[in-house]
Design a protein around this ligand. Structure first.
Ligand SMILES: [Zn+2]
Length: 284
């Protein structure tokens, strides 16, 4: 199994940090062969940063187990088309071993000009982008924002067809239902999926968007309507990536048992658990 979404280190005030040792121990216990380590460079979600340089350095200790991504806050410097330093930074990170970009937690509209500059650069370097989608613009929320129906994401998928996006977060998963309300974009909505939402539409129609199954938000989306969750996996197994968002030692990770036990074919399960990730990371 490849976990597409993990954080390590001292990032939350009042919580014990997830150490490298504990991460590797948990991976061994759960049968997870490799994990993607996502640096935190945006100030919004966590209480401390964990910089790209640090992640690149730490992941060297377990080269065959940990896959580092890089991250740059889109608000650094001017970050416009003419400002080359973000491109130079990302290029340097790639040379040092970064295999993707994210997690983006910046509280900006998804189609913000500074974000678009990053999407373009990541496309040029073939880096998949893990992003956290929160509420609608103007709401008190963390992560990128979009209106109901995700028009900004669709605009970006059309504009940056060479860039691969990996969606995550409550704002994304609430849109699995066509009946989603602005308030539900911030929570884990319950109840049956009566009408399909923008998640299914975007995964069906755009080859450049995937979704990771990490955190309470994805687990809730798959289990709020158990039968529909299985149908969803059966339809979108080519676009889904097993992931946990493991970020503190005592965290419960129900997605691991869910994906191991869910009744779908072994072939589809393998795609979700590792093969889709290998394809995006060009591991084979
Ligand atoms: Zn995360």
């Amino acid at each position: 199994m490849i976990d597409y979404h993990v954080h390590i280190g001292k990032i939350f005030y009042g919580r014990k940090p997830l150490t490298l040792k504990k991460l590797i121990q948990t991976m061994d216990e759960k049968g997870i062969e490799k994990a993607i380590i996502l640096p935190i460079e945006n100030p919004e979600e966590t209480h401390w940063y964990n910089t790209t340089d640090n992640i690149l350095k730490l992941s060297k200790k377990y080269k065959d187990r940990l896959i580092p991504f890089c991250n740059v806050d889109p608000r650094r410097g001017l970050n416009n088309e003419n400002e080359k330093f973000i491109k130079n930074l990302i290029e340097e990170y790639v040379k040092k071993g970064a295999k993707g970009f994210g997690e983006i937690l910046a509280n900006l509209p998804f189609n913000d000009r500074r974000m678009k500059n990053i999407y373009k650069i990541c496309g040029e370097f073939c880096l998949s982008i893990v992003f956290h989608l929160g509420g609608i613009p103007g709401q008190s929320t963390i992560g990128l924002t979009d209106e109901i129906g995700l028009p900004y994401i669709e605009e970006v998928l059309n504009e940056f067809q060479n860039t691969i996006f990996v969606a995550h977060g409550p704002g994304w998963w609430a849109e699995i239902s066509g009946d989603v309300t602005p308030e539900q974009r911030e929570i884990y909505p319950k109840g049956k999926i009566e009408k399909e939402g923008k998640v299914q539409y975007l995964l069906s129609n755009y080859p450049n968007i995937y979704a990771d199954l990490s955190a309470g938000s994805a687990y809730n989306a798959l289990t709020r309507d158990h039968e529909y969750g299985i149908e969803f996996l059966n339809r979108f197994y080519n676009k889904l990536l097993f992931a946990t968002d493991y970020l503190y030692p005592e965290q419960k990770l129900p997605i691991i048992e869910y994906i191991k036990n869910v009744k779908i074919s072994d072939e589809k399960k393998r795609k979700i658990m590792s093969e889709n990730a290998k394809k995006l990371l060009k591991l084979e």
